[in-house]
Design a protein around this ligand. Structure first.
Ligand code: F6P
Length: 328
C-alpha cells in the first residue's frame, strides 16, 4: 500500500516557460479539490534546500493563469546535483512534512527528481515545462506553443524590413539541442530556409538554395537558424559567409533570445497546463510515482521519468519536406 499523501509540494525548475503559472494554479486547485495541503517551493531545488516553502490555497493562485514566467521563480541548482544538497532538501521536506512532489520543468529537472526519489522514496510526478519541446513522451511541452506564436509574430515584423530593403535576414531562435521551434515557426512564418540541429543541410546547399530563390525572382529572404544548429558557424559567421559568397545580398542578423520565453501563455498552453496539473496530483493520490504527465494525440498520458529523460522527441520529417517545398 503506498503511503497516503497529506501535503504536496510543487516547484518550477530550469528555464521558465509560459504556462508554468497555469500549471501551478492547476496543481494548487486540484489539491484544494481533494482537501490536501499544497506548498509552493520557491526557486526550484534551491528553495527546497533552503526550506523556502509557502502554503498555497485556491485563492493564492488567482489571476495567474494569464501570466508568463513562474510566480514560484526558477533556478538551475548546482547544490542539488550533490548528495549533500539533496540530503539537505530531504531534511527540509521532512521538517515541513511534505510527502510528495510535482516538478514542473525540463529533462534536467526530471533527472534531479528521479535521483531524489531513488535516494529518499518521496513520490514525484513531472510536468514538462520548456519552450524547446524536446521531451520524450509528450507531443507538446508547456510554453512551446506560446513561443512559436511569439517567434512567428516577430518574424512577420522582420519580414517587413527584409522586403522593404531587399535584404537577407538570419533569425536565430532558441533550441539548445532541438529544432522544434525553428522548424515549426519557420514554416509558420514562411522562412526560405530552416537550419536545425537534427538535419545538417550543409553550407553549399544553403547557398545553392538561396541562389535558386534569387534567380527565381525573390528579392528578400528569411533564414531561421536554431540556436543549437551544427553547421559549424554561429549565426553571425553564417551571415558573413553567405554575404561573401552572394554579394548581391545585404545580410542582417536578429537573435531573438529570451523574448521567446516570456509573455502571456497561449490558450493552448493554459488548457494543457490545467489538464496536466490535475492528472499529476491525481496520479500522486493514486499512489503513482516517477512518472511524467504528457499529451499524446490530444490525450493526457504518462511515461516513466526515466524514458522522458533518456528518450528523444523526433523532429517531423514530413514537416521538413513541406518546408522544402514551401521555400522555393
Ligand atoms: O531550455 C530552454 C532554453 O530557453 C533554451 O532554448 C536555451 O538555450 C536556454 O534555455 C537558455 O538558458 P538560460 O536562460 O539559462 O540562458
Amino acid at each position: 500500500m503506498p503511503k497516503k499523501i497529506f501535503k504536496l509540494g510543487v516547484l518550477t525548475s530550469g528555464g521558465d516557460a509560459p504556462g508554468m503559472n497555469a500549471a501551478i494554479r492547476s496543481v494548487v486547485r486540484t489539491c484544494s479539490h481533494y482537501n490536501i495541503e499544497c506548498y509552493g517551493i520557491y526557486r526550484g531545488y534551491e528553495g527546497m534546500i533552503e526550506g523556502d516553502f509557502k502554503l498555497m490555497e485556491a485563492r493564492s493562485v488567482s489571476n495567474i493563469i494569464n501570466r508568463g514566467g513562474t510566480i514560484l521563480k526558477s533556478a538551475r541548482s548546482q547544490e542539488f546535483r550533490t548528495p549533500v544538497g539533496r540530503k539537505k532538501a530531504f531534511d527540509k521536506l521532512q521538517e515541513a512534512e511534505i510527502d510528495a512532489l510535482v516538478v514542473i520543468g525540463g529533462d534536467g529537472s526530471f533527472t534531479g527528481a528521479k535521483i531524489f526519489n531513488e535516494e529518499f522514496g518521496i513520490p514525484v510526478i513531472g510536468i514538462p515545462g520548456t519552450i524547446d519541446n524536446d521531451i520524450y513522451g509528450t507531443d507538446y511541452t508547456l510554453g512551446y506553443d506560446t513561443a512559436l506564436n511569439t517567434v512567428v509574430e516577430v518574424i512577420d515584423k522582420i519580414r517587413d524590413t527584409a522586403s522593404s530593403h531587399n535584404r537577407l535576414f538570419f533569425v536565430e531562435v532558441m533550441g539548445r539541442d532541438a529544432g522544434f521551434i525553428a522548424l515549426n515557426a519557420g514554416v509558420g512564418a514562411g522562412a526560405e530556409e530552416i537550419l536545425i540541429p537534427e538535419e545538417d543541410l550543409g553550407l553549399d546547399r544553403l547557398l545553392e538554395s538561396l541562389q535558386r530563390s534569387k534567380r527565381s525572382g525573390k528579392a528578400s529572404s528569411i533564414v531561421v537558424v536554431a540556436e543549437g544548429d551544427k553547421n559549424g558557424k554561429n549565426v553571425f559567421e553564417l551571415a558573413k559567409y553567405v554575404e561573401q559568397n552572394m554579394p548581391e545580398y545585404e545580410a542582417r542578423v536578429s537573435v531573438l533570445g529570451h523574448m521567446q520565453r516570456g509573455g502571456s501563455p497561449s490558450c493552448f498552453d493554459r488548457v494543457l497546463a490545467s489538464r496536466m496539473g490535475v492528472r499529476a496530483v491525481e496520479l500522486l493520490l493514486d499512489g503513482h510515482s516517477n512518472l511524467m504527465v504528457g499529451m499524446k494525440n490530444n490525450k493526457i498520458e504518462t511515461v516513466s521519468l526515466e524514458k522522458a529523460i533518456k528518450g528523444s522527441n523526433h523532429i517531423d520529417k514530413e514537416l521538413i519536406r513541406v518546408s522544402g517545398i514551401m521555400g522555393v
